[in-house]
Design a binder for this molecule. Structure first.
Ligand code: UTP
Length: 601
């Protein structure tokens, strides 16, 4: 039994700190090792540890640190015993709809969604460390592509302001909430400040911050890992599931619904340049199927390493939940539920019938906010220790409890639990994150998996604009693949259509009224931006062209032929900035034609 800590060791602590320290030191909490060296430490050092513990205690909404220990012991025990949380649940293909760009079905659903676009709020989860990418700054400051070097945060905000202007009602400001962490807060705030919030008004952006992580765990008794020098607890990130609790505690979700007239909530990630082409489509699906939660999904090949969205029904009851099932759990789940072949492709489509989750989520805000009131936004947690021994008692490295934002359906109840579905479309339209270091991406690409590196994120961005233009009949050639730093990507032609010119496929036919008269050669670069009105009637481009139109003015491109040396790529050198080195190439803008209200310059 661990004796209570002596009063003289606690003399500089506040009453609440004293109570917490004694609680953690108790046999029940099992953290006495944290205080074993306290007699030899200075009062300042002891206070520093107590202050950290108090912060961790306050930040863990599911019962403070004592609750964390209790939850961890239970989850670690289940993990050791190999308890499958999905036992007793039977999978089915969930409700949802799959689309291809350019089809009548796409257009009809998107049109329904456009009616809702003016009442959407945005939640950007940007607290991740980005360890796999290994970039030295925050991911949001990275350029989405090199043709314009627009950074991710600028692109996201510009998009939101553009739909606000085009679809917003009665001067409504569409709000943005950014979740940051200790690691990303300063960088995110500095980026916003240096750019005047990229045009957003001060009160339009809310910043919420994740706690500084949760204690790393050394063993099945949930003993906290401690830095031997400072005696501080070592923490690890708790995961993006924290966003729901923060939207509750900050009051953001409630205020947006009750005071700002926001009806929908879109969650998106820090480096997906394709995040928004399909947003009206998703809204259309949510509206048509009355979905409380709608996940943007991509067709998934059987056994592909992304989670599959599945509707699970509890055996012997009518309890249902539509959730993301991790790919390594999907196969055994299917095999155990009357699908002897497990995770296999559908013969007709060549894809798994379970759509692949990409973690872009759309909620009905009223239902979402009501659930937060009931649950305080606490998500279920999981633990994933890697064991050294067969008895599963020794961890290879410290574990921790985590939670994920896509697990929200597990806290839905009643009818809401049935209103969860998906919108599926090929990933070249909606998902190309920049997550991995280029050297790691090479191996992934060789295995036939999306590498998720800076060069492919860039290429896919041009690719989506080109695909939408082609879907309405524009003639856009593709160049051959290039290889930089071992990564293969089609980087030419570069097409960047800014959100103040077009925000979604539905608008392309208005700005390209005679698409068969728009021709872009494989070596070209085309950048078009408003905020004034631009219409491209006929264009033959073989080089680089930048079209810009100031507010209140009009630009009509008609019978324009541009041929120049354009933009080419050269190998990056060691002295190049990091965002160039991670691509292995830079742009050399040899010749650029500019077109504005006064014509060609
Ligand atoms: P990622 O899977 O990209 O993870 O997160 P990461 O933590 O950023 O990168 P690694 O794993 O260290 O390489 C998906 C999204 O969730 C956010 C990320 O910022 C990204 O937008 N995220 C992740 C958070 O906001 N908080 C977290 O604790 C983890």
């Amino acid at each position: 039994m661990s004796a209570a800590l002596a009063d003289d060791l606690l003399s500089t602590l506040s009453d609440s700190q004293k109570q917490l320290v004694q609680q953690l030191n108790s046999e029940e909490c099992g953290q006495s090792h944290l205080f074993a060296d306290w007699p030899g430490m200075s009062p300042q050092d002891r206070t520093a540890v107590a202050t950290q513990l108090e912060a961790l205690d306050g930040a863990y909404g599911n019962g403070g640190l004592a609750g964390y220990v209790k939850n961890a012991v239970k989850l670690l025990e289940n993990s050791r015993k190999g308890v499958n949380p999905l036992d007793g649940w039977e999978p089915q293909v969930p409700e949802g709809a799959a689309f291809e760009i350019g089809t009548d079905k796409y257009k009809a659903t998107e049109a329904k969604g456009l009616e809702e676009l003016g009442s959407i709020g945005f939640v950007l989860v940007a607290g991740g460390l980005g360890e796999r990418l290994g970039y030295n700054g925050i991911k949001l400051e990275l350029p989405t592509e090199l043709a314009t070097e627009t950074c991710y945060l600028n692109y996201y905000i510009h998009y939101i302001l553009s739909i606000q202007k085009k679809y917003g009602k009665d001067g409504c400001k569409l709000p943005l909430c950014i979740m940051v962490s200790n690691d990303t807060r300063a960088g995110t705030e500095a980026l916003l400040k240096a750019n005047n919030n990229f045009g957003m008004e001060e009160g339009q952006i809310s910043i919420v911050q994740q706690g500084s992580g949760v204690p790393a765990l050394l063993d099945n008794a949930a003993k906290f890992s401690m830095d031997e020098t400072t005696k501080m607890v070592i923490t690890k990130p708790h995961g993006h599931g924290d966003i729901h609790e923060l939207l509750y505690t900050s009051g953001v979700a409630k205020t947006w619904y009750s005071e700002k007239g926001i009806k929908w909530l879109c969650f998106f990630q820090d480096t997906n340049g394709l995040a928004f082409h399909t947003l009206p489509l998703m809204l259309g699906v949510s509206k048509e199927l009355d979905l409380v939660m709608n996940s943007l999904a991509v067709p998934r090949k059987a056994k592909q390493a992304i989670g599959g969205i599945a509707k699970l029904t509890k055996q012997g009851s009518d309890e249902v939940k539509t959730v993301n099932v991790e790919y390594n759990q999907l196969d055994p789940l299917l095999r155990g539920s009357g699908f002897p072949d497990g995770d296999v492709n559908d013969k007709e489509t060549g894809f798994s019938p379970f759509p692949g989750n990409i973690n872009q989520l759309l909620f009905q805000l009223k239902a979402y906010s009501d659930v937060l009131e009931r649950t305080k936004g606490i998500m279920p947690e999981f633990v994933n220790p890697k064991y050294k021994d067969e008895a599963k008692t020794i961890f290879k490295k410290p574990a921790r409890l985590e939670c994920m934002m896509q697990d929200f359906p597990t806290v839905l109840s009643g009818d809401d639990a049935k209103k969860v579905g998906f919108t599926s479309i090929s990933s070249d339209m909606c998902f190309s994150p920049v997550k991995n270091a280029t050297s790691d991406g090479v191996g992934l690409q060789q295995k036939g998996t999306a590498p998720g590196v800076a060069a492919t994120g860039e290429a896919d961005q041009y690719g989506a604009f080109k695909a939408i233009m082609r879907s309405i009949g524009c003639q856009v050639e593709d160049a051959a693949e290039e290889t930089h730093e071992g990564i293969k990507a089609v980087l030419s032609p570069q097409v960047v259509l800014k959100p103040d010119f077009v925000t979604c496929p539905a608008e392309y036919s208005e700005v390209f009224p005679s698409p068969d008269k728009v021709k872009i050669s494989s070596k070209s670069s085309l950048v078009v931006s408003g905020p004034g009105s631009v219409v491209i009637e006929s264009l033959d481009l073989d080089g680089a062209l930048v079209i810009e139109c100031p507010e209140g003015e009009t630009v009509t491109v008609k019978d324009l032929t541009v041929k120049n040396d354009g933009w080419v790529r050269e190998a990056a050198d060691a002295g190049s900035p990091e965002y160039i080195r991670m691509r292995g190439y830079r742009f050399v803008k040899k010749e650029t034609a500019k077109f504005g209200p006064g014509g060609l310059t």
